[in-house]
Design a protein around this ligand. Sequence first.
Ligand SMILES: C[S@@+](CC[C@H](N)C(=O)[O-])C[C@H]1O[C@@H](n2cnc3c(N)ncnc32)[C@H](O)[C@@H]1O
Length: 521
Amino acid sequence: MGKPAAPKNPHSDNAGRAAPGNPARAESGNPDRAAPGNPARAAPGNSDRAASGNSDRAASGNPGRAGGAARAGGPADEGRGRANGGAPTGGGGEGAPRAGGNARRSAARLAALRLLEAVLERHRPLEEALDALPRLDGRDRAAGHRIAAAVLRRLGTLDAALEPWLRREPPPVVRHALRIGAAELLLLGTAPHAAVASAVGLVPRSLSGLANAVLRRVAEAGTAALDGLDVERLDTPAWLWTAWHDAYGPAVRRIAAAHRAEAPLDLTLAPGAPGAAPPPGGELLPTGSLRFPAGTRVTELPGFAEGAFWVQDAAAALPARLLAARPGERVADLCAAPGGKTAQLAAAGATVTAVEREPRRAARLRENLARLRLNAAVVEADVVEWAAGGEAAGRFDAVLLDAPCTATGTIRRHPDVARLKRPRDVPSAAEAQGRLLAAAARLLAPGGRLVLATCSLQPEEGEAHLAAAAALGLRHDPFRPEELPGLPEALTGAGTLRTRPDFWSEHGGMDGFFAARFRQA
Ligand SMILES: C[S@@+](CC[C@H](N)C(=O)[O-])C[C@H]1O[C@@H](n2cnc3c(N)ncnc32)[C@H](O)[C@@H]1O
């Protein structure tokens, strides 16, 4: 195939693309020859791990022949795993992905394809798309999720690696299958024959030749094709890059680099949970969270069933700590589900009222509290209406408002956020936060304290609220250095909290959060 420039892909920010390699290679390369080097090697510095228990890894010393890739369902797939019966094949018509011979592998890749379609075409959150997947073996589901997350995390890089081999923009199903194949080849360490064959198996038969040819070229070029790419820029939507550059200067590059890594698993420990010691093996962070490597399954840690801990990013645990609820205090936790902060406040001995608008999320909050054997009154209501109602006004010693936001501080955990949010979402989220802040202020008893938190990196959803709070008659109560042990970089000159994904990089980073504390005058 030749190589005229591919049209700009709507999901890629090509600003950082290096000049493509020599396209003539695609013409002259022997498609049946094994890929040179070891394309199965993970990209250096890349932390996208292959799914645990991944059976697609090449046997050591046998990187696999890319030449087998043309035959999806052929020798590379034969005689292994279940017959096709268990795989959701999508019907098999033109435009429907075909299942390869290995049902397990096809099911995982098909799940990844469905997830990418949901996020990138229908703009649905990844978690919601996961819930909507047809019934699926747990390992396939986890592997599909991991592949889709790797694609979303490195979308721009993967498109740049594909671009030299595409003459024109392919149909979406092919684009996604190519991304899945490229992610497996360049990031996830999958054996080339398996990566190519299973990705080719996702596209309509009439387009399998194209997909096969492109992925063979990607396999041949290997990870060397990524050398010289400005991957931080490529993997960051342009509007976010500009906004973070304006807010954080050159640190924008470190923030973007931090988004390449899968987030670790952080736990908050329940003080004094009966019969439950902290699970062994974690790293105790200076602020008290216990950290395990990415991919750790929380339900398999000892103490989970006993309610000894709950999952909460180290940064997400800070706002409730900074509210410093005391035993017996009346505390309102606003926008409370799934309840990480409610649990912290209840575990501190406060009398907690947790307010959550979404019934399903409120149900999950109750379930979480039950597992943790913690008590809180759960109110299913819109905070703005509830605060306007009168009976709650002026009743609380302390209020925690963890306001809904664009969540751009959580892209490490939710790589779909970078692809779903739009610039216009920032002012509308900030406006809603302003209404919630005014409602929260009405709940405070005289002298009561309020912590406002958002998991956004956008200053409009953080620092900008200081002026609005002053206009509501709230007095800013700056955080002190001793309240943030081991994290001086998160304390701003104004005495607010600003964490970023590039902080604590030696420990594995943290989510981006803003928090500020106020007092009712
Ligand atoms: C950032 S999440 C809260 C996370 C939670 N505080 C925790 O630590 O687990 C925001 C929550 O606010 C809820 N929410 C959004 N707007 C609300 C409103 N006006 N009233 C009550 N809850 C609201 C959402 O349904 C969502 O569950």
